[in-house]
Design a protein around this ligand. Sequence first.
Ligand SMILES: NC(=O)CC[C@H](N)C(=O)O
Length: 444
Amino acid sequence: MDKITRWLAEHEIAEVECLVPDMSGNARGKFTPTDKFLKQDSRLPESILVQTVTGDFVDEHNELVDPADTDMLLVPDPDSVRLNPWANDPTAQIIHDCYTRDGRPHPISTRNILKFVLEKYLLKGWKPIVAPEVEFYLVKRNLDPDEKLSAPVGRSGRTEKTRQSYSIDAANEYEPIIEDMYDFCEAQGLDADTLIHESGTAQMEINFLHGDPLQLADQIFTFKRTVRETALRHGIYATFMAKPMEDEPGSALHLHQNVIDVKTEKNIFVDETGKENSKFLHFIGGMQKYTPGFISFFAPNVNSYRRFTPEMAAPTSLHWGYDNRTTGLRVPDSSPQGKRLENRFPGADCNPYLAIAASLACGYLGMINKVAPSAPYQGDCSMEPVTLPRTQEHALNLLSECEEAAEMFGRKFVKAWSAIKRDEYEEFNRVISSWEREYLLLNV
Ligand SMILES: NC(=O)CC[C@H](N)C(=O)O
């Protein structure tokens, strides 16, 4: 706490945002005046952990959280203290770890789930390293959900024909927003590296520098808030929805991952001569074998499954390949120390703690169980049959059959996640879509 106290004093902080990521990876919490924050233990009701983008989850059977909705204990993580650059008064934002009242890491906190997976690595003397890339769209403000909410912004009215990844002119068009975004990132110490204009109109991608998985999950959590806030200040919205527009590419959260030996800090995916070794192949094998069971963490919303279509550089099957962007698992060209696997399955809409935890869990299981991968895929993999689940229901059924997911994430967590996501799926299914009305109302 000393480190935090000093930091708050140094920055003359008046208020502290005590933040906890919810099930969707969004920020929940409370504001506390600094003096109160320093004097009291922080507490919040346990039920915020089961909140999602669709609102509060009603725990009918009182199984997931304590029926009395007791407070859980919050412990601020000194490594997550950041300035909130858009607040009026000097404000700090601090991510908190959640504990049960008897002092155990809370089993339903998504940040804890990532920590559980990292502990498994540590027991083997390993430390994973990740580098995320996050895509998002800037969209016009429109509060009517029946209208095309997500019309992209842009003077040039680019269409599919003129779609250009990496276009500097397109990125320049959004320069004022992007400049503010960078300023805010810098003020918060986020390692946002390069920004490019992606192939969708007004679609951007930010690459993060590689580093510690928990730190980077915290950074993405903070970055999403930052991007939404910056866009609002410019009178537009930013969306991390996986597939916001039918005719534009979806948005991904690609994860580059490798593992180092804690003692030597050497990449365990290569041997002394720099050649990739069996651990690397088993890591890939694990990603192939266990991704179906864990896919609901890469694709957490009903909309996420619309992204898995063969066009637009999104994955549709479990193949892997060398420097092949049509496969869901890609081995980029690299130096030996940089040998890594890019997981292209997660959508930008995922909870970064859970997506990173799931991805590392699959690789870990592959190494532990020595799972052999298929042969690397050559050529255009988007021509292959779609084998990834196309619905949330299918993904949740795969999760329920995956004993390893319950072992890695904890039974209570998987139960909570499944209950919440099935509930959302049922709610979505109740809604008669405009497509159904258009084609079926008068024709069947
Ligand atoms: N940068 C890319 O490779 C495009 C990825 C694509 N937008 C997806 O949804 O997966």
